[in-house]
Each structure stands twice: as structure tokens, then as C-alpha cells.
Write a protein that binds this ligand. Structure first.
Ligand code: BT5
Length: 258
């Protein structure tokens, strides 16, 4: 199908390396963590999700790649990286297909309530300090998916070449990174883009915390550190930096952007 085009993507600002098949593009990128390097494969055989979960994609139908990025910003701003990648993926899909996408905090890209794309950001030691490996998986041509709450571009009626999608997502990541760096890590612009697309805001949610336990309440905001602010029963709020969100009820109107 589009494997041939995927194998020959070449971009000025990224060093794109194609492999026919590999376990995890994040693992390959982490092994040679040169900023600007992108590892893309036609068939990822042991894809990784967050918290040691898996990411399953058959050969020839999904976009699976990892980009090595030196954010050149203080550690405190790094939590914005996965959110930034989510914005770039959602923008690229929306522009190319006219599908209505949304972001489920922190970084799932949804069509309706189904997951189209997942993102895994890992921090690894690079040649000149820590770098981020930003792994992106988008369901493109699949007609069958491993979980009932997933979807693909094909199932949503959209046809898109994986090479074109890769280029659009990488251009989006580069553009978002440039804006973020030029503001010296002030996340105001990125936060506005994120909040405008975040379907979690205004919804009742259950957030399952990484260490066990959960928080139930109304998702009110994403703060300037990228944390989800949840108003819990009784009126207080808590800001969560990690967790799995379950959307509980129908959405309310989103909050006004500040
Ligand atoms: C993620 O984790 O969503 C991050 C996925 C990142 C995958 C990319 S592909 C390129 C790069 N290399 C890698 O090895 N990984 C990255 P999480 O939020 O933990 O979601 C994982 C869960 O999504 C699984 O436990 C399944 O329930 C579900 N899942 C697995 N495969 C899926 C698929 N193809 N589409 C939608 N959901 C899937």
C-alpha cells in the first residue's frame, strides 16, 4: 500500500530512519538518542504503551514512529512534551481528513470517544544530556483493532497515506517546539492550543492514578504545568500530573479560554 512511500520519507529538519520491522521504535530511538533522529517502521512487533502496557499494530497499516527531541528547556517544562505531541497529531489528522478529533488528557487522540492515536514519551540519556523519545502510534488503515474503544482513520472513512501523515505530524511537532522555545518555555500558547482541543475539560471523570487509587470529579482545567485540575466532591481541587482518565458522562460546554 503506502509502505514504499513510508520507507523514503526525507525531511530537512529531521533525520528519518526507516526499518521494515522492529520491536519498538522507542527502543530503537533510545539506543541512538541523537536529537532530530526519527525512527519509523512498517511493522512494530512489540509496541509499548505507558506503564508497561502494549501497543498493538499489524504490519503495513499503522503509523508508528519515535522522534528524539532535545527540548532545550528546563525540566519543569518537560511534562508539556506529550501534550505538545498530541496537539501536533490531532492538528495533522484534522487538516488532512476533516475528521473531528479531540484530546483526552494527557495525550490520547480521539475521534468521538474512540482512541485513534497514543503517545509515549520517555526521557533517556543523550550524548549531551537528557533527551526525550517521543513515540507516536496512529491507527491508519486498520479495519480491526485490539480493543473495542479504538478506531482508525479507515474505520472513520478517511484515507491517508502514512508518509504524508508522518510529514505533517513532524512538521507540527517542529512548529510547536519552535513556538514553545521562542517563548522560553512559557506554555501560554501551547496551553491555549491544548485546552481548545481537550475533550476532557468540562467532563466528569474518574482518574486512575499510577500508584493505585483514583480521583473522581469534574475536569476543570489544564494548568501551566500541564496537570489536569479536577474539582472533587466537597469542592476542593487537585492537580494531577499522571493518570488514566475515564470520561464518565456527556460533555458540558468547555470552559472559556484565558
Ligand atoms: C499509549 O499508551 O497510548 C501510548 C502508545 C504509544 C505507541 C507508540 S507507537 C511508536 C512508539 N513505539 C512504541 O513502542 N510505542 C510508541 P497507553 O495510554 O498506556 O495505552 C495503551 C493501551 O491502549 C493498551 O493497554 C490497550 O488497551 C490500548 N491499545 C493497544 N493497541 C492499541 C491500538 N492500536 N489502538 C488503540 N488502542 C490500543
Amino acid at each position: 500500500m503506502d509502505s514504499r512511500a513510508l520507507s523514503s520519507v526525507s525531511l530537512p529538519t529531521w533525520d528519518v530512519v526507516y526499518v521494515d520491522a522492529t520491536g519498538s521504535t522507542n527502543a530503537v530511538a533510545a539506543a541512538t538518542p541523537v536529537p532530530g533522529r526519527v525512527v519509523v517502521t512498517d511493522h512494530q512487533t512489540a509496541g509499548r504503551g505507558r506503564l508497561d502496557r502494549g501497543w498493538e499494530t499489524p504490519a503495513g497499516v499503522a503509523l508508528t514512529f519515535s522522534a528524539v527531541i532535545d527540548p532545550e528547556l528546563p525540566d519543569a517544562q518537560w511534562p508539556w512534551l506529550p501534550l505538545l505531541a498530541g496537539v501536533a497529531v490531532a492538528d495533522a489528522v484534522r487538516r488532512a481528513t476533516a475528521l473531528v478529533t479531540s484530546l483526552k488528557w494527557p495525550n490520547d487522540v480521539l475521534v468521538g470517544d474512540r482512541k485513534l492515536a497514543g503517545i509515549l514519551v520517555e526521557r533517556v540519556a543523550g550524548p549531551a544530556g537528557p533527551v526525550a523519545v517521543v513515540g507516536v502510534g496512529v491507527n491508519v488503515h486498520q479495519t480491526e483493532l485490539p480493543v473495542p474503544y479504538a478506531t482508525s482513520l479507515a474505520l472513520e472513512g478517511a484515507t491517508l497515506d502514512r508518509a504524508d501523515l508522518l510529514q505533517a505530524v513532524l512538521a507540527g511537532i517542529a512548529g510547536e517546539l519552535a513556538g514553545w522555545r521562542s517563548s522560553e518555555g512559557d506554555p501560554t500558547g501551547l496551553r491555549a492550543s491544548y485546552r481548545a482541543q481537550c475533550g476532557t475539560l468540562g467532563r466528569d471523570v474518574r482518574v486512575e492514578l499510577p500508584g493505585g487509587g483514583e480521583v473522581v470529579g469534574r475536569a476543570e482545567d489544564v494548568d501551566d504545568q500541564g496537570r489536569l485540575v479536577v474539582r472533587v466532591a466537597g469542592g476542593g481541587t487537585c492537580a494531577l500530573s499522571a493518570g488514566d482518565v475515564v470520561h464518565l458522562h456527556q460533555p458540558n460546554p468547555p470552559p472559556a479560554l484565558s
